[in-house]
Design a protein around this ligand. Sequence first.
Ligand code: FCB
Length: 512
Amino acid sequence: MSTDDQLRFPEGFLWGAATAAYQIEGAPDADGKGPSIWDTFSHTPGKTYHGDTGDVACDSYHRFPEDIALLKRLGAGAYRLSLSWPRIQPTGRGLANVKGLDYYSRVIDALLDAGIEPAVTLYHWDLPQALQDEGGWANRDIAGWFGEFAAIAGEALGDRVGKWITLNEPWVVAHVGYRDGRHAPGIRDAAQAVAANHHLLLAHGQAVGALRAASARSDIGITLNLTVERPVTSEAAAHAAVLEARQNGVYLDPIFRARYPELLDGDPSYSPAAAGLVRDGDLALTGAPLDFLGVNFYAPHYVSLLSPDGQPRRGETVTGPGTVSVQPDGLPITAMNWLVEPSSIRELLTRVVHPVTGELPVYITENGSSWHDYVTDDGQVHDHERISYLRGHLAAVHGAIADGVPVRGYFAWSLLDNFEWAEGYAKRFGLAFVDFGTQQRILKQSGEFYASVTAANGLSAGDADHPPSLRLGCSAHRGGGQAGQHVRRLQAHQVVLAPGPVGLGGQAVGEA
Ligand code: FCB
């Protein structure tokens, strides 16, 4: 797979970039589109940073040819986009809105003309508001409604879609949308969250069946955002295992093992099984055979116990009774306040994913980072931190492939800066910069770097060298303490071992 001076990826490795409908399209009521929960939520005062909405976003509804030109410049072989359900079914049920379907048909045809494979997500968070009015994902009937939507999409587009992804990050939908309310629909109710968890999976199963019938030649998968919880002390290990079960197990297990995690059996607020939501036949549906697993990953979490005096230390955020999340010294932190530690994606793939999915192909369907980008006088965006992040994570994915994990492709998040949900336009993840005043797109230096990776199908060995400001620390150079001890145990997974700066710490850790 590799020569001495190159980290070369397997032949046929798929290089792509990803976006989502509400984050880029704008045109919230064009051509008969109905309102989504994100239209409602973003227009509710106080819900998004600065009151930002997706009303215009990147105006991709009208400018998609420019976006496809950007994909060409990246040398992308695939583009992961999502369908807006209320563009296709304005109230989430009943006949399809032909104009909405036509839009996606035009995008898909233009991609194919450009030699780019469409990888289409059915649901990336923009639920028709009319369905939320009936309970949304907390209503078990949604499984059938979603199955009908999948059938419409499959029949209209399935002859041209290489890969279908039923759901994007159901954990975020259930947990952030219904448990802590930071995302649409903004509900804070554990019972609804655990119900949403189960109904999302039933809906996924219905969609797999509908797509198999309507789109027989396509590959079908689901995208999960899986977490790596690193305990910094042995006492915190049990807590880390519970956190992984609450985020990973409640999706991986019903999809691949026909059960919910035993570790959560006593906890009806996190386990659909313990909550009595599982009926006969449900786990056969949630376990419908798949052609691949999509994995989104951004950052690890470090887990510790709150000090006996009840006071969080610097870099700690209280996450529950007696527990904290830690930002260890020595790790860079992105503009989202997420840790940068490439070895964690390798740990995720080898320790968490591979034992469950075995030989099933895996795609990294999102990975990327947000930084405080700006255009300099030369008209360019010199986003060295994003290049460093990409290098490190691609090298780590390469390492996971060397470990035997069948990773078949990588989609950078994101093709272009866009509406970052509750963070509005304040957080930029793009390989292309968007001037939201003029809608001008400027390929960032990271975009040029990514184009060099796709052209070479790999990284040169020099690419593993990070600029000093972003070197990732090994334990000997960290702030020490218990986080350092844990890192020593993980050195086998470390990609780059070099002295690093002191991390910032002290603020809330996102849901990456
Ligand atoms: C993921 C989402 C994606 C984007 C990135 C930063 O959780 O799927 O839409 O917001 O985070």
